[in-house]
Design a protein around this ligand. Sequence first.
Ligand code: 2M8
Length: 453
Amino acid sequence: MPVEPETSKKAREILRANTLHFHLNGKTWSRIIPSKEFYVHQWNWDSATHAMGLVHIDEKLAYEEIRSLLSGQWKNGLVAQITFNPNEKKYFPGPAFWGTESFATGEIITSGITQPPLLAIAVAYVYQQAKNRHQAKDFLLEVLPKVEKYHEYLKTYRDPEDEGLLTIIHPWESGTDNSPRFDSVLEAISLDEIPEEVKELVRKYRTDDREGNASERPRLHDYYRYMYLVSLFKSWEWDYQKIVVESPFAIKDMLFSSIWSRANKSLGNLFTELGDTTKAHKYLSWAEQTNQAIQKSWDPEKKQFTEHNVAGGEKTPILEDTISTLLPLYAGAVTEDLLPELLRKIKDSHEYGAAVPVPSTALDNPYFDPKRYWRGSTWPITNLFLIDGLSLYEKNAAARQLRDELLEKTRKMIQKGGFFEYFHPKTGEGVGFGSFSWTAAIYLYLSNKYMLQ
Ligand code: 2M8
């Protein structure tokens, strides 16, 4: 048997150490938490990456991770950002702050928002990679109806205009919490209009700035607004028809929509394989609709895909240059004529061509900050999207070469920097919380998918 490389072995150990077991609703669930240092519940898109790594070391654990992620799915189809573990106090905002008890599945309580819909992509990948085909098919047939229900939820409540781009109603839904692309939208929520009790709650209960390094976390006024939005949605009893229209934060997000497109493609392809041409057509046409909408959002002057603030029924362009504008690559929505410009941006040392690429905000963006969370640091998950995105263009030699470079640099970043939450784009220093599950899982995923040792 070949010897397992040291970093892969460590990755496997981290995933094992971060696996918790719970007895809920009469069953034992196993769930991987992102990090024991702070993120002690189950997160939606983190879990999708966990499953994509786990399938290479233990197929059954990959199935369990997805099952657990779906265990708290709401009746309306929402698969939440967080599925809470009982008795965990370290993370704020825990279950007590969401007012979602009446949406719980028995004992399984979740938050009330979602995250980028990586789920279908993970399900398809796990299904394709699993060696025990019989079990893989059973797993697929078990989870597909739930994944479809989630996609119905997203289509109904996040694309009521039926235009292909999805609306996120909270920065946490983007997974890139304090990205500068949200600044102008959040600043329009005046701090004066936020009730004092919401601010008080943040000051009293916030834990991330104590468990982690405050100078690397979102700022106090960000948290006031994050919790103000939660308190509004809670007071509207999580009525999504109302939320999507009335939320003061509503963005047609490029990162979220690009993942949505690729997820529909994955779902469509699965149904093609299962011989259900009607469903295959449905999801493939949703993917196509999104890609066309992405293409229409290209700003020829700024040479950038443009996102829109749609709060209050307005449609205002957001022109911040962040990694979200590169994600159309992951959707396969970049036409041949635009591809060279995106490749140039990723390589340009003034834009995204950092020593340790790819920074979450362009280096020349005035708001670039290499350590403050999603304002400039390099993250394994967004590198995964760019690597898998560039793979769709691998017939183009420059795209293929860039993909290979990013792959090598991402693996080196983790080998050298350790299994941190994220990395300094100029020095490669590991930042945020340590022994981080998605860093471990993404390392395994990339190494196995691209057959690297
Ligand atoms: C971060 O987000 C959470 C809120 O969801 C937080 O800061 O409290 C983000 O990096 C997000 O993308 C990630 O899923 C989560 C857990 O790793 O942490």
